[in-house]
Ligand binder design. Sequence first.
Ligand SMILES: *[C@@H]1O[C@H](CO)[C@@H](O)[C@H](O)[C@H]1NC(C)=O
Ligand SMILES: *[C@@H]1O[C@H](CO)[C@@H](O)[C@H](O)[C@H]1NC(C)=O
Ligand SMILES: *[C@@H]1O[C@H](CO)[C@@H](O)[C@H](O)[C@H]1NC(C)=O
Ligand SMILES: *[C@@H]1O[C@H](CO)[C@@H](O)[C@H](O)[C@H]1NC(C)=O
Length: 358
Amino acid sequence: MARGHSLLFLVLIVVALAQLPALVVVSGEPQVPCYFIFGDSLVDSGNNNGLVTAAKANYPPYGIDFPQGVTGRFTNGLTIADIIGQLLGFDKFIPPYSNVTNQEISTGVNYASGGAGIRDESGSQLGDRISFNRQLVNHAAIISRLLLLQRNTTFTKEYVKKCIYISNIGNNDYINNYLMPNNYPTSRIYTVDQYAEVLVRQYSLQLRTLYNLGARKVAVFGLGLIGCTPAEIARFGTDGRPCVDSINDAVNRVNVRLKPLVDQLNSNFSDARFTFINLTSISTPPEGVTLPTEPCCQLRADGQCVPNSTPCPNRDLTIFYDGYHTTQIANIATATRSYTALSPNDASPYDISRLAQL
Ligand SMILES: *[C@@H]1O[C@H](CO)[C@@H](O)[C@H](O)[C@H]1NC(C)=O
Ligand SMILES: *[C@@H]1O[C@H](CO)[C@@H](O)[C@H](O)[C@H]1NC(C)=O
Ligand SMILES: *[C@@H]1O[C@H](CO)[C@@H](O)[C@H](O)[C@H]1NC(C)=O
Ligand SMILES: *[C@@H]1O[C@H](CO)[C@@H](O)[C@H](O)[C@H]1NC(C)=O
């Protein structure tokens, strides 16, 4: 394990250092005028703080490495969405929808919500959450506010076409739905393959709604290796393997359908650029490297950090902050590779830096 640690350190640090100049806050214009974020706890920046739900992270030790401390981000520091924003040249973090002012909406809004899924009911056993459908309703409201604010419909329509949109959703349709047969009937209604099909069909309609609201540059993140998270490993066991293979196999059935979906959207809407970000490719370590799976903080039964507990000191050597969520250093590695792909598998057909230029 010690060897695994030091190799991991090298892999992550090399990637992180290569991007350091870009991560230094730059003054000057961002590459695109605006940036909108949809998704779940991997990119939530505080939208759940006022909701009645267990899925919130507005307490220490979350935020221990974030400049403003605790914000509701489900990690020690920056999320993937924050880092992509910095790489795009935004000098401020995109504000959460729950808190955004009219002055701020023209540079973008973060709608993401911990516990949320493609399906409305996903995450409901934890309490309230803003499902992807509700995030789209919120986005429609923001577009209306922008139209009023900019007072020129033609201008606003052209303006929102230039923005980057990212969508990182679907993990809770497994973690907090299909994999919880006591709370949800989906695993009795659908086979693993049928469920992936149903999810992607719904996601397809939702992404078309996003297009109809003016989005033209959209990065669709595939699902992560949920079977490698400490919480799922503790729940299901791995039979001596590094991860819960059956879970990774289930979510991969979504991923293999998302790439063709992105291709279809690009050919049906010739003025749009959708791209698929392959988190499997991005987070699979090089041959022979074993990533540490121990979480950094002390876990509550639901996989989140115990409030006010002391986290591990070596957070830059750890992949998981809690039972499900990655540390800032892992997020830097993921975000930089989705921004500048290191392998043709990472992002297709475009990485985010290319998407911004198109
Ligand atoms: C909401 O806005 C207030 C005032 O601008 C700020 O103090 C607070 O930290 C914000 N909350 C979040 C979750 O960003
Ligand atoms: C509205 O915006 C369009 C596109 O930017 C511009 O050509 C036009 O002059 C604007 N109209 C007014 C009345 O400002
Ligand atoms: C693309 O267009 C084809 C043919 O009209 C249609 O069957 C398909 O559902 C469309 N797909 C998407 C994702 O819009
Ligand atoms: C994602 O990348 C992996 C390589 O790590 C590749 O095997 C897989 O086919 C890719 N998935 C998709 C949907 O393109």
